[in-house]
Design a protein around this ligand. Sequence first.
Ligand code: HT9
Ligand code: FE2
Length: 398
Amino acid sequence: MTDRDAAHSAADVLYGSEAARSAEGYVQTPVAYDGIILAGFGGPEGQDDVIPFLRNVTRGRGIPDERLEEVAHHYRHFGGVSPINAQNRELKLALETALQARGIDLPVYWGNRNWAPYLAEVVTEAADAGDTTLLAFATSAYSSFSSCRQYREDLAGVIEETGLAGTVTIDKIRPFYDHPGFVDAFVQGVRASIEGFLEAGIAPADIEVLFSTHSIPTTDAERSGARDIDWGEGGAYAAQHEAVAAWTMAQVRDLIPAAADASWELVYQSRSGPPSQPWLEPDVCDVIAELPARGRRAVAVVPVGFMSDHMEVLWDLDTEAAEAASEAGLLFARTPTPGVSPAFVDGIVDLIEERLEGRPVAERQRVTTLTPSFDICRPGCCENVRAGFKPAVAGVAP
Ligand SMILES: CC1=C(CCC(=O)O)c2cc3nc(cc4[nH]c(cc5[nH]c(cc1n2)c(C)c5CCC(=O)O)c(CCC(=O)O)c4C)C(CCC(=O)O)=C3C
Ligand SMILES: [Fe+2]
């Protein structure tokens, strides 16, 4: 056992249901959940919320003040309001309706990691209502510290701080990047934007499709996903995005044969942290600037790393990337996020049903050939080298 394993073992207090403590990483027996936790990121809802929200997001992370100022400016531009809370309220409603339509009688509790309503409040509310065996859906599709483990640690922190350890258990739905309900919006969006470019007289070979996701520190990327799987450079995080992008392009090429001549690439956006720290590259705007020299005349930007149109999409793509494309003289399209599209909402219901039934892994829906995402993260999954290990739900100790 390495020092890192020992540190992890000591930290790994388990707060999942008994059935969820599976060493294989998959729960293939039914669990009678009492309710669903829709675990969101959270966002400010007015100018006064902006700085306190940013402090919550960056607590203990060493994000430079200049970066906070810059990000505050993005929110200020939209009245200090992030669209993310409204989107999660809408998703909660859509999910409740879809669950009912499928005959699943479960309440949906919505809470956030970084802003009100906080997860601690809603877990307490659930427990007060007698709903103690909970299944969380985190609004984040891929494996990495920020998109998976951070949610798991925050949910464990909530159980500890509310004094509900021993009363409440929280399991977590697998990273869902490869679920057909999630990728549908990207396939439809790429198809529509390529058709639009073709109608505008652009030759297929002059079209570039850029799949864009949140940049993360390369150290986080290397440690993303299960450690006993070789994901290649960029870890599970990069591998999962590459796989979704490749699958999306293959679908679109089946739908419009001319798209066979369009090129595509995975790019990154919204970098923060100190300049000395390496983050995943290339940056979406840098690549856009190079496209004319590569003979491209049109670019479709696909927010493949994002579930809804939050600030990263509205600012970094619809504002900055659109501007970069205009400066480069390129036609520009930004394709939709899954949002509350029926395909995505039905997909979430399917992910919930998977766990209620304890569906065998071989029967689960997924579009890539990567290892099926685990219900229970493996030891050391998605480690954050800066912060080390904290207790986390939905994991197993070594
Ligand atoms: C992988 C990933 C996702 C996708 C997965 C997920 O959904 O979780 C994501 C989502 C989001 N990130 C968001 C906002 C911010 N992220 C920040 C900072 C950071 N994000 C990171 C990664 C990710 N972030 C990282 C490695 C940092 C550096 C500091 C740290 O390690 O924490 C900062 C601080 C300032 C800055 O540096 O930009 C803010 C304000 C919002 C809300 C947007 C809205 O309001 O609409 C959302 C959905
Ligand atoms: Fe994980």
